[in-house]
Design a binder for this molecule. Structure first.
Ligand SMILES: O=C(O)CCC(=O)C(=O)O
Ligand SMILES: [Fe+2]
Length: 364
């Protein structure tokens, strides 16, 4: 027998084309990790990967030196890639991955729990939309599935409501550790908003004007990609952009999963383990009038080892109307959108085969 493990299923709820709520049962990928063959519904046949150009301008951004030269570098890297690695981020390494693990450790311990314990440890949530322990963007029976298990929570503002506070109670320190990490990153993300505005020659408050620096929404998603029997056929996450303004990513255990689409090729992002990477989302593309574009990216799997990651999504408050902040360019290329409305649209149409959700906010 190939797989001795009992396979559990996530119940994925979604509204179908007839406006009716439907539930699909999706196998929990961790329970499939011992298989030698990839189940058919996970076959995505990803397009080939190309080598990352050796002399590409993908230099890390040093947050200690984030003044004129470093800001110009940030502008170049973002205009080329839509993402960048941060050095000297100022976060206490004990929050992240010191000997006692902290964030890395609670994530690992959560995913190590048996399925039933994971499920009972996570609270209930009223919305089917991408929160809680389960799967993203499953919209039909015949959609190829991603090789991922994930847990998503609203981490801020404190006491975020709508029944969406789904912190696991096991490991017992999961919430306190992740909340500490989130709290510490807010300052960094606010600094980044200002640096990004300066990087494209805008007033430094151009993006942060839409945020509340103390209470703007931060959503957390913890992804786990178990070892996969056929990394050549499967994807950890199908190609997408992030809907956020900024996404802050910290990866553990291994690297080489994240790929970015550039000049018609998929390239593995040279992102070392245990370092932070910032990915620009659609809301940033809108606010920057398209000068800072959200990159089209995907996640590959590996056969030998699993990989886990914490993603923080930083957005202006849901009710805020954002609009393009124009620099010297002649025209506004994007429309004003209410954050909540854009996110609703994004979740409704995703996943898409190419970068189309953003068209909602573009001037025709
Ligand atoms: O696994 C990664 O490197 C990226 C994850 C990602 O793109 C996402 O969670 O939106
Ligand atoms: Fe992403």
């Amino acid at each position: 027998m190939e797989n001795t493990k009992k396979v559990n299923y996530h119940e994925s709820k979604f509204i179908n084309q007839n406006g009716i709520q439907q539930t699909i049962m999706i196998p929990v990928v961790q329970d499939l990790a011992e298989l030698k063959t990839l189940p058919e519904n996970f076959i995505q046949n990803p397009a080939a990967t190309h080598p990352f150009p050796p002399n590409a301008s993908f230099e890390p951004i040093d947050m200690v030196k984030i003044q004129s030269r470093e800001i110009r570098k940030l502008g170049r890297v973002c205009e080329d890639w839509g993402m960048f690695i941060i050095e000297n981020h100022g976060l206490d390494p004990r929050l992240l991955h010191d000997r006692r693990g902290r964030a890395a450790e609670v994530v690992k311990r959560f995913f190590e729990l048996p399925f039933e314990e994971k499920k009972s440890s996570v609270g209930t949530y009223t919305s089917a939309d991408n929160m809680g322990y389960g799967r993203n963007f499953v919209k039909s029976e015949d959609q190829p599935l991603d090789w991922i298990d994930r847990l998503a929570m609203k981490a801020a503002p404190e006491g975020a409501s709508d029944g969406l506070c789904v912190w696991p109670t096991n490991p017992p320190n999961f919430r306190s550790v992740i909340e500490k990490y989130v709290k510490a990153t807010r300052k960094l993300m606010n600094e980044l908003l200002q640096a990004l505005a300066k990087a494209i020659s805008l007033d430094k408050q151009s993006f942060s004007q839409y945020f509340n620096p103390n209470t703007s929404e931060i959503n957390v998603r913890v992804n786990y990609y178990p070892p996969c029997p056929r990394p050549d056929l499967a994807l950890g996450i199908t190609p997408h952009t992030d809907a956020s303004a900024l996404t802050l990513l910290m990866q553990f255990e291994s690297s080489n999963g994240l790929q970015v689409f550039k000049d018609d090729h998929w390239l593995t992002v040279p992102w070392p383990c245990n370092t932070l990477l910032v990915n620009l989302g659609d809301l940033m593309e809108i606010m920057s009038n398209g000068r800072l574009k959200s990159p089209w990216h995907r996640v590959m799997t590996q056969s030998e080892m699993g990989r886990s990651l914490i993603a923080l999504f930083y957005n202006p408050p849901a009710q805020v109307e954002i609009g393009p902040v124009k620099g010297e360019e002649a025209m506004e290329e994007y429309k004003k959108v209410v954050v909540k409305e854009y996110l609703k649209h994004f979740y409704k149409v995703s996943p898409t085969a190419s970068k189309v959700a953003i068209m909602y906010a573009k001037v025709n």
